[in-house]
Design a protein around this ligand. Sequence first.
Ligand code: PEP
Ligand code: MG
Length: 755
Amino acid sequence: MRASLIGPRVLLRRLREVMAEPISPQDRLDKIVVLIASNMVTEVCSIYVLRSDNLLELYATEGLKREAVHLTNLCVGEGLVGTIAADAHPLNLSEAQSHPAFAYRPETGEDQFHSFLGVPILRAGRTLGVLVVQNKTQRSYNEEEVEALQTTAMVLAEMIAAGELEEIGKTGVDLDLLRPVALEGASFAEGIGLGHVVLHDPRVVVTDLIAEDSEHERTRLDEAINNLRLSVDRLLDDSKIAGSGEHRAILEAYRMFAHDRGWVRRIREALDAGLTAEAAVERVQNDTRARMMRSMDPYLRERLHDLDDLANRLLRELVGRPHGHSAGNMHRDAVIVARNMGAAELLDYQHGSVRGLILEEGAPTSHVAIVARSLGIPTVGQAENATALVEDGDAIIVDGDAGTVHLRPAADVEAAYAEKVRFRAKRQEEYQQLISQPAQTLDGAIVDLLMNAGLLVDLPNVEASGAVGIGLFRTELQFMVASRFPRMTEQRNFYAQVLDAAGSRPVTFRSIDVGGDKVLPFLRTSPEENPAMGWRAIRISLDRPSLLRTQVRALLHAAARRDLRLMFPMLTEVEEFDQARELVEAEIRHLTKFGHVVPKSLKLGAMVEVPSLVFQIDELLQRVDFISIGSNDLMQFFMAVDRGNTRVANRYDTLSVPFLRLLRQIARKADEYNVPVTLCGEIAGRPLDALALLAIGYTKLSMTPASIGPIKSMVRAVDLEDLKKTISPLIGVSDDLSDVRTELAAYAKAHRIPI
Ligand code: PEP
Ligand code: MG
């Protein structure tokens, strides 16, 4: 067949010449269709481009009626062209008209053509258009011709992505590539961020598609594959990086793909068609991505991410760019978009220039979400497919309140958000003025507003937020961002810095709370079916006392001559508190014996996070100096809802009568025993929830620093006695359980309480 005689290589070379000619985009497209048709010996060649209104518009044709250009269009899913766009898969038919999807458009005059070959124009897995060739005879296009047409489609994808075709559409409708997209995800950290996309793992954009010297390209590819395999092997050998568990499994998958003969063979074949090594990798990845994205199998879709990462690594080998993101030189209004990342990676970015974070995966209690929250970075997680839909530099809005993302927002959406940001800034200013004011209710009750912290970056917030202390210091965060177990002296210095920053304000440290989703890469644990209820927190500390002992020693040293407050997480039985206290006392005896200075005062507390502890509350309150309610976990175990699973995490209301009754019972008991009680879960920082907490007797709340302003302005508008009188009956026994949230919102509205 003549097509293969001339070959795709010649076609690509000619295409390159046409691409370089100083002619208009329409003339260029017109030349391209003629070139393809003559090269592939077809009577028709047509290019359809996907518009933002989901129509595929005919942009150029050789062989169909010229009048149809910019007039004919098909919906995605309609006709053969629409089917190719919807499936992102080629159609090769010797008799097009007998295909069930065939849709005849009289203006094109295509009824005389029988055979049909169409391929999607793809970029990063997205369909930008469709390229079609047709013949009058009932011929069947061979594999090489399908390959050649797909390769040509890549050149067109670059033309579309480069913005060349924007101006030649006749209808004024934007191309799909520029379409605003709204993505639904989950709220991981509140706030609104407007900015521009920075891909955490930037895609290498291949612009040099056509090879000058194929032999040279083959050598480059072989070298790059070799380097890639070596680098993956090195990562796996480095136990510090590979660790165990999930991270290791991903690297194992990388290794499997890197050695996969089929993958490498397909890249080599694409190279034989005349592409550069980079373009060959991209071509194969485009096909794989399109194929795998159609698969419903979640395992396969998950592996697609791995294969994408690996292809990107290979591209970086080819262009000689180091791995990793471009944290150093990014715009000042960066919105980082990533598949997922660790807390440490987020901390690598220049804090001041990150306006938002978007993750395809993760859970609101994953450590990167906790760190984002403490840095005040609006974050949306579980935004499916986000990395494939964005281009570096795209305008984007992160709505961390609603859990939505607006990519390339329309002008009115952007204006509405800009207004929202201005409104928030105004409120922040108002909160700023409240910093030196007490959190005092209208009838004179003082509420202690404390902050949650866990990293050095949190410390300036002690001053800036107006918190009266740190009510929860999550010590495990320091362990989680470290690459190895922090030594005793490192821990001591760190805790001393925390105490220095807090000055005269009290700090409540919590002993290390790992397990569940808080994984330490260097602590070997075996996989568990229900990690949230597994070997975690105090259970690990008591089973591995040397870990807790080192931490306690570091705290005792850091707090020498000062006050030390320490509490233990996830206690299930009071005996666990006794054991932990015994360990602390033994450590004090040990230090005193060797002449070390110990803290001026020591207060030991218990976190109430497991419902069983509420049924030992009398025994508990007789032993402890204070208690702190971890309402995130208490709710999780009380209602049997996995707090990290967005499907169920918000299914039951934190203001439901049973949960409020539970919380009220704890507060009453603490009052009876005269033991101070703080609540430090996320609800403490939500104004309406916090209003309910005030109503049932809580006056010490610990929250993310950004919430202190809003909560203080709420507190200052409340008449506490009146609130109690109104809310109490709602929680009492009645025929119907009340909708406390609605009633409380109405109360707040009627009494002008800002929530
Ligand atoms: C809680 O469970 O409410 C809590 C404050 O602890 P963490 O969120 O760290 O588990
Ligand atoms: Mg907890």
